[in-house]
Design a protein around this ligand. Sequence first.
Ligand code: ADP
Ligand code: MG
Ligand code: MG
Ligand code: MG
Ligand code: MG
Ligand code: MG
Length: 612
Amino acid sequence: MGLIVEGTPMTWKDIVPISGHIRYRAALQFLKSYQSHKHRTGDPFLWGDEIEYMLIKLDHTNSRAVLSLNSSDVLKKLRQNNDANYFEETEWHPEMTKYIIEGIPKRPYGMRGIIDLVSMETNMRLRRKQVADLLGENEKVLTISSFPRLGCDGCTDRISNPTINMQLTSCVMDDLISEDNFKFRGLIQGVEDRRGNKVTISIPVYKDKNTNYLSQDEITHEISEKQETDQQPNDIAIDHALYGPACCCIQVTIQAKNLEEAKYLYDQLIPLCPIMAIISVFKQLALSVVSPLYKGFMTDIDTRWPVYVQTSDDRTLEERKYKYGEVGHKGSRTGCVDCYLTSDIYNDREVTYDEHIYNKLTSEGVDDLMSKHIAYQLIHDPLTLHEECLNENNNDDTEIYDTMNSSNWRILRLKLPIPEQNMGWRIEFRPMDVQLTDFENAAYTVFVTLLARVILEFGLDFTIPLSKVDDNLNRASRRNAVLEDVFYFKTNNETNDTMNGMKNDFIPESCDKDYVQMTIDEIMHGKDEYKGVIYFMNKYIDRSEEFDTKTKSTLNKYIKLISDRASGKEKTRARWVRDIVENHPSYKHDSVISDDINYDLMVKCVNISDIQ
Ligand code: ADP
Ligand code: MG
Ligand code: MG
Ligand code: MG
Ligand code: MG
Ligand code: MG
């Protein structure tokens, strides 16, 4: 989505007196778009990925790796580049930090049919090369989910603030917010302002034999004294709302034929989000190359989700006290979605929504669940906007709604059609960590796209209660979850009616408990009667007439990667990063990722991505 850079910034403080009005305007914008497009149909199955690229600098003399705050310059050059042939395949976007840029294919894949699945890796390699070509000698582009020493003093190539406290992230992180769009600072500031204090991201440290927990003094030093927080004693504390956006991910957007298909696909992909999140941290050569490392510590989590969820929690302390099911509970902006769109059976996590908006939408003929979906989303205040979009003549566009939709950072997102850009109803799949190599990133994108294809083709049903999806998401972040944990998953996926794949009015027949707890391996490869996700993929590939032998073999390579990770075949290498750290000569078994350990890790990551 093109971000609007011009305009008169409004902060949350400017917005809050008229928040109700703005949220209602957003609902009206949604309504107008919904009514124009609810019967839109016949859009082709298209898809595309977004990859976030991190810029780092290696200082070989001092064995240090730091973040390179050059994204704005690199972005300008990428966008100005005159060599049209070279650049007509790619498009570049700013990100919230000064060391990340986002690259996408200029046109979605699928124009030539599903066979385009095998074109993605080439485009990803091209993107990486385009960035690499613009960098200085010791500057490198990496696709890693987080920088291990992010938030430590001196983690960048420009230290503009003297350190107050080694542990405090705020003073470091403030300088990292990108100036390429005023909304970036607005979002970060908005989270803190609305919440009423700094965010508290609390990450359990990995306890090694010499690990020194922070003393109570240090903890209170770190968190301003007046502030009531969710900080757990002994956890690593991060106090900046940029920390989540400062991690990199890969997203896949898929276009559906029409609204019905989009809703069906949305629902079916919900339960697959935590599963793909967990497989995505099981990286080539490494269970999460860097995901266990935060703010210079080894931690006990493997995915960035717990960080992400805590980062953007703009609810007040009072609001955060409610549990699911309690009146007044306001779902978070991040994490699991609030409701399925095609059936209410598994919507068992009742949260508060904006009734005024809900009533308006239902009275205008929007169905119950879609109305709820919007009323859940729009209960959250806008965190930032530009004044011009409030112009009363501006009712034709969907900018206010889009801004709010894109500051709900959920595992899945439903995107409205944009007819001017030839875009229909689309679903964005958002839970996965970015991978170190283009082969891996292609494999994950292919896998998710095939999943969608297979779901539509065979009319599959993966839905389980949302509370169980949420449980799965929480479990997914635990260390070694891919090998050791079990997850709720539906075993009876084949529905009888496969009208051109999708059931027209798709409604699960009953809510009998047809889900069980299985390992990721079993979910992917089957158990007893249950055939496994990969079974359906192979069936689809085998019978598809669009694939020649060569294409099939490429697709099989990608599927094999995911399959091997799910089965733990790469198990012996799984502890790669922890092993590197633990065997490093300067590691003191105190969980600390010192500058030179970080340097060695980053050099290894660079080597792997360079030689791929
Ligand atoms: P956002 O940041 O809002 O999620 P981006 O513009 O960064 O969106 O990325 C959108 C992704 O969707 C890109 O991969 C792009 O190729 C892809 N895309 C563009 N048009 C379509 C379409 N009609 N159907 C499916 N995917 C599309
Ligand atoms: Mg975006
Ligand atoms: Mg994007
Ligand atoms: Mg992005
Ligand atoms: Mg990001
Ligand atoms: Mg996106």
